[in-house]
Design a protein around this ligand. Structure first.
Ligand SMILES: [Mn+2]
Length: 223
């Protein structure tokens, strides 16, 4: 398996989070098991294997996340930089599935009924909205959905697919949810993908702790 991050321009806060997240993961993983996809020639100094990728032809920087589709390993975990690895993440790969992610808890406006309507209009099965901060792929699903994810993303950007007002930020996640619809999913529980400030303050048991709006807490954490 491979743990994969994406970075693009060396924003100081983002890099501090990324360095800390990598440090937390390296307690279980070797350097060659942790990849940082650096976009557009960016060279950060990370305790990981840095690989280069071109920017995704995009509208918003989050779309650089689509670069994970080119990872050649069949089993991989993508993580945002604002996540602490708290246990051996290899255990999250147990079981028969093609992808795992946590159900998004705040999906009512940009996901929910909106996503259901679009899925139906495309003749696709209904899908939940996923939290895109931690996503696990098995059986090479990330490579198999690449074209569809890109195409759906571009359809949102070019307004061929409708976006609710104020939800442009969610194009990557809307298109991702549609691209994985119908594949074999095993949702991550709150003990597997723990949202700090939403699920509480218990930092002992979770596999992954996603700090989202509490990044300063993550930076203060001792590892
Ligand atoms: Mn995040």
């Amino acid at each position: 398996m491979r743990l994969v991050y994406v970075t693009w321009r060396g924003k100081p806060l983002y890099d501090r989070l990324l360095i800390k997240s990598i440090k937390s993961a390296r307690r279980w993983l070797d350097k060659d098991e942790v990849y940082v996809i650096a976009i557009g020639g960016y060279r950060g100094d990370f305790d990981a294997t840095v690989i280069q990728a071109d920017p995704v032809p995009i509208h918003d920087w989050i779309a650089n996340r689509l670069a994970i589709c080119d990872i050649m390993d069949d089993e991989m975990l993508y993580l945002d930089a604002d996540i602490i690895v708290n246990r051996d993440i290899r255990e999250l790969f147990d079981g028969d599935f093609e992808f795992r992610a946590r159900v998004a808890y705040d999906d009512s406006r940009c996901g929910g009924q909106h996503l259901a309507r679009i899925a139906a209009s495309l003749g696709k099965p209904a899908t939940l909205m996923w939290n895109g901060g931690a996503v696990i792929f098995k059986k090479g699903l990330h490579r198999r959905i690449k074209k569809e994810w890109y195409d759906l993303y571009q359809a949102f950007v070019t307004r061929k697919l409708p976006t609710p007002l104020g939800c442009a930020y969610h194009w990557v996640q809307l298109s991702f949810a549609l691209a994985v619809a119908g594949h074999k999913v095993l949702p991550l529980s709150s003990e597997e993908h723990y949202l700090y400030g939403v699920d509480g303050r218990d930092l002992e048991r979770p596999y992954l702790i996603h700090f989202v709006r509490h990044k300063e807490v993550m930076l203060r954490m001792e590892l």
